[in-house]
Design a protein around this ligand. Structure first.
Ligand code: SF4
Length: 283
């Protein structure tokens, strides 16, 4: 079976690499795909379906759409596209949009609260559909944007895990598009003729949001220095903990032990000469 396009072949390769590198999908998995109807989640569902048909392991897919209850949200188009392709799909209607205003704290961004509320619904649905993994459509751009958001506004050096076990241990969230760029996801959803649906949320496209600012910053940097985003993504897999200031990674005792170890490995004559020099200086 050949791929429909060079882009699909490339995505199949990069997504397979992510699946293998981070053990995202295993034999017998039932993967629930969070399907918002945006380009990223469509691209994810489409490429996972392509891989499912070729993989040496057996796994199944079920798409789940969480409707936040915004007027004009075209969940009917999502249902129709899935039906046409024979994809199992479940749409859940919620009032997340309505409760957002009541719950929004001053230090919350709408998107982070929205993501938390949706996450709760997804966990419940995963149990209902018997999913062993929950796949989300975060792509490489999301990873580097989140890294900068945490760095600039949250005082933390972290992005997102490609595979996350929930605090309760009951759910495993996976992000198979970790190596796929936003532009590739957009192109792939488009060439796959999937109906890209806006979320109809008032915060959508708000350029005052910190994430949008970071997006613009990265866009400018990438224009000036092509490859910046790729370098940032590589950095997430190439961490030098000893060059950071987190005492949990570098407990002082370890530093002392390392210093003692380094000293022990030095030439005894050097150590003796240095101690003589120090004694002379102290006189
Ligand atoms: S733009 Fe709206 S729907 Fe999308 S994540 Fe943010 S708050 Fe939620």
């Amino acid at each position: 079976m050949s791929y429909r396009s060079p882009l699909e072949a490339r995505l199949a390769k990069t997504v397979t690499k992510a699946i293998t590198d981070f053990s995202l999908i295993e034999d017998g998995d039932r993967v629930m795909v969070g399907l918002s109807g945006g380009k990223d989640s469509w691209a994810l569902l489409q490429i996972l379906d392509v891989l499912r048909q070729r993989a040496p392991i057996s796994f199944s897919l079920v798409a789940v759409n969480v409707d936040s209850g915004y007027e004009d949200y075209r969940h009917d188009l999502i249902a129709a596209a899935c039906k046409e392709r024979g994809w199992e799909c479940r749409i859940v209607h919620t009032s997340i949009g309505e409760v957002m205003d009541d719950l929004l704290e001053t230090d919350d961004t709408p998107c982070s609260l929205c993501a938390r509320l949706r996450r709760g619904v997804l966990y419940r649905l995963a149990d209902e559909v018997g999913a062993t993994k929950i796949a989300l459509g975060h792509h490489a751009d999301d990873f580097v944007e989140t890294l900068l958001l945490n760095l600039f506004f949250a005082g933390a050096l972290k992005a997102m895990p490609a595979r996350l076990v929930s605090d309760s241990g009951a759910h495993v969230v996976i992000r198979p598009l970790v190596h796929v760029s936003e532009e590739e996801a957009r192109q792939y959803a488009k060439e796959s003729r999937l109906p890209i649906i806006g979320c109809c949320c008032p915060a959508c496209g708000d350029f005052g949001l910190q994430r949008q600012r970071v997006k613009r910053l990265l866009m400018d940097l990438e224009r000036e220095h092509p490859g910046v985003k790729q370098s940032m993504l590589r950095a997430l897999g190439n961490v030098a903990p000893r060059h950071l200031l987190d005492r949990r990674l570098n407990p002082p005792r370890d530093l002392e032990a390392a210093a003692a170890h380094a000293l022990a490995r030095r030439d005894p004559d050097d150590v003796r000469r240095e101690s003589q020099r120090l004694q002379l200086l102290r006189r």
